[in-house]
Structure formats: structure tokens, C-alpha cells
Design a protein around this ligand. Structure first.
Ligand SMILES: Cc1cc2nc3c(=O)[nH]c(=O)nc-3n(C[C@H](O)[C@H](O)[C@H](O)COP(=O)(O)OP(=O)(O)OC[C@H]3O[C@@H](n4cnc5c(N)ncnc54)[C@H](O)[C@@H]3O)c2cc1C
Length: 304
């Protein structure tokens, strides 16, 4: 067997539409052979490795609004599709109101890669290992999608259909992601288990968020999302129910983490076995939920 140690990119044509409408029309009329791209950190690697061979790459980085990062104290945060992860992580508004998003971005590969990689590319790549998917889901992200019939909104909660599969149709591309204002007192953490500290996809990723919520018997709502343990990123509803209906204690936090471990359906792959992943999903969920609970208590003490 011969191994090609210098794989090269296959030939392709670069197309740069001038408007959103032009981009959707081109993508729709060449649906089998054209792909949108942003930073290209997934696209070019997959093309080089022979997993995709689009005839046209459609550069959607310079279109209307795709480079904007806007925060409005009433409406929330909108991140244009072309905004790279370093810019998101460095934004004072993101750091002040959505620090979990900054933390998730900073867990991706290296600083150099993050000057190209975008959150929207991470989402549209739809890898269940994507590091920013959990934070985007827990902050109730809504995608702004442009298609042949114009702009529409799509909640992220129903966007992922399987590895590499989303609800996007021919002609569709994402122009931005919007997040509402997070609940008051919201605390979060992202724990990523990789084979090394830098530049590796997660074996397991756990995103946890919690905040006071007087509508629930416990007085607190916890949300938890798991990466790399199912065909799609997993928001574990059982965790929210478990910690919402009864007092938050070391025992109930442990029970919620056990439910998270039970909810996942991982596979064996080069980065880890299914058994190891399931166990680590439980252990890291326990750690993440405890960290969030400690942060909530600290802030509560300061406020009270
Ligand atoms: C060395 C290396 C290390 C990496 N490490 C990590 C890591 O630690 N964690 C992690 O999560 N990822 C990692 N990745 C993967 C990658 O960097 C991320 O998924 C990144 O966020 C992709 O963003 P991008 O802008 O480069 O996307 P692109 O490569 O441009 O696009 C990604 C996918 O989305 C589609 N797409 C792009 N733009 C749009 C749009 N506007 N609308 C609809 N579909 C669109 C493309 O067709 C493609 O399928 C790594 C990649 C490399 C090369």
C-alpha cells in the first residue's frame, strides 16, 4: 500500500458573490457541486483528504452583515457568519455577558487557527465534536439563514440532523447567529477532554450553564450539553429536570451527572472507546455541574 505523504487540494473554482441573493441563487443552481465557505479550516482539510470535491467554493465572507458583531442590551448578541473566533473571544460584550461563548471559542485548536475559524463554520460543519456547539445551544442561538426565498430564522435546537447534516437546503447559507440576553446570574463552564492540550478535537466535551430560576421548585435551572458522545450535540433534558425539581445538593448533582452519562450513545473511534467516553461524560458532567453550582453560590453570597 502506498501512502500519499503530500496530499494536494483538488482543483476548484472560487466564486465570490456580490450580494446575498446572488449567493443563494448560485448555490441553488449548482447545488450538487457548490459549497459555501468561511474560514475554510474544515473545507480545505476535507477537500485535501478527499472527503469532498466541490467544483465551486462560494466565499460568503464579505456579504452584507456577515462581518458584524453587535450587542444590544435589550435584544442580545448577533455574530456575523464571517466573524472569526478570536474576535468573538476578545469582544468586551461577549466577555461581559456570554463568557461561556468566549471560553468555548478559546478551546478550539490554536490562536492561529482561530484567526480563520468561525462559530458559524463550526455549527454548519455539524461535527458532534464541535467545541462551540454546546455554548451556542445553551444560549438558545437562532441562526439567520439566507435562501432562495430570502432571510429566515432557524433555532439551533432543531438544526443538527446527524454528523455533517443540518436542516439547510440547496441555496441556503447562514449569515449570522443571534443570542438573546442570557438569564440573570447565569454561570457556565466548558470542559474539554482531548488527546492533547492543543489542536485536537474533543473525546468528550461538556458545556454546563446554570442560573437562579424561581419558577422551579429547586430555585435553579441547570442546562448541560455534551459533545462527541452522539451523532449530534446532545442537550440532556434529564439534567434540567433532575436539578429543577429537588434541592441542589452534592447527591442530586451526582445523580444529574449519572443521567448525563446514561443519555449518551458514543461510538469507538481513534480518539477513544465508547465505554471510556460514556464514563468520562459522567465524570466531566459531575465536575462541570459542581463548578457551575460553586460559581452560582459565590455570586449569590456577594449579591446577598
Ligand atoms: C488543525 C485543526 C484543528 C482543529 N481543531 C478544532 C477544535 O479543537 N475544535 C473544533 O470544534 N474544531 C476544530 N477544527 C475544525 C474547524 O476549525 C472548526 O470547525 C471551524 O469552526 C470551522 O470554521 P470555518 O469558518 O473554517 O468553516 P469552513 O471550513 O469555511 O466551513 C465549515 C463547513 O460549514 C459549511 N459552511 C461554511 N460557511 C457556511 C455558511 N455561511 N452557511 C452554511 N454552511 C456553511 C462549509 O461548506 C463546510 O461544510 C480544527 C481544524 C483544524 C484544521
Amino acid at each position: 500500500m502506498s501512502i500519499n505523504t503530500h496530499p494536494a487540494l483538488p482543483e476548484f473554482e472560487y466564486y465570490r458573490p456580490a450580494t446575498l441573493v446572488e449567493a443563494s441563487e448560485f448555490l441553488a443552481s449548482h447545488s450538487a457541486e457548490a459549497r459555501p465557505f468561511l474560514g475554510g479550516t474544515d473545507v480545505f482539510v476535507r477537500m485535501r483528504d478527499g472527503f469532498m470535491t466541490p467544483k465551486f467554493l462560494v466565499d460568503v465572507k464579505n456579504l452584507d452583515g456577515t462581518n458584524d458583531l453587535r450587542f444590544d442590551p435589550q435584544a442580545g448578541l448577533t455574530i456575523g457568519a464571517a466573524v472569526n473566533m478570536n474576535r468573538v473571544a476578545a469582544s468586551p460584550e461577549v466577555q461581559a455577558h456570554y463568557p461561556l461563548l468566549a471560553e468555548a471559542c478559546q478551546s478550539v485548536a490554536s490562536y492561529q487557527l482561530r484567526t480563520r475559524a468561525t462559530i458559524v463554520g463550526n455549527l454548519c460543519n455539524a461535527s458532534p465534536a464541535g467545541d462551540t456547539l454546546g455554548a451556542c445551544l445553551l444560549f438558545d442561538g437562532v441562526l439567520q439563514v439566507h435562501g432562495v426565498n430570502g432571510l429566515r430564522q432557524e433555532p439551533l435546537s432543531t438544526f443538527f440532523l446527524g454528523p455533517g447534516k443540518t436542516t439547510l437546503k440547496p441555496g441556503d447559507f447562514v449569515t449570522a447567529i443571534h443570542f438573546p440576553i442570557p438569564p440573570k446570574g447565569c454561570q457556565g463552564t466548558y470542559l474539554k477532554l482531548g488527546r492533547n492540550k492543543l489542536s485536537d478535537l474533543s473525546i468528550v466535551g461538556v458545556t454546563a450553564l446554570g442560573y437562579p430560576d424561581l419558577k422551579l421548585p429547586s430555585g435553579y435551572r441547570f442546562r448541560l450539553a455534551l459533545a462527541s458522545v452522539a451523532p449530534v450535540p446532545l442537550v440532556v433534558a434529564e439534567v434540567e429536570t433532575c436539578l429543577g425539581k429537588q434541592a441542589v445538593t452534592p447527591e442530586t448533582l451526582r445523580e444529574a451527572a449519572r443521567l448525563a452519562g446514561e443519555a449518551c450513545a458514543p461510538i469507538d473511534d481513534v480518539r477513544g472507546s465508547a465505554r471510556y467516553r460514556k464514563q468520562m461524560a459522567k465524570n466531566l458532567s459531575a465536575k462541570a455541574l459542581n463548578e457551575v453550582w460553586e460559581k452560582i453560590k459565590r455570586v449569590g453570597l456577594k449579591a446577598g
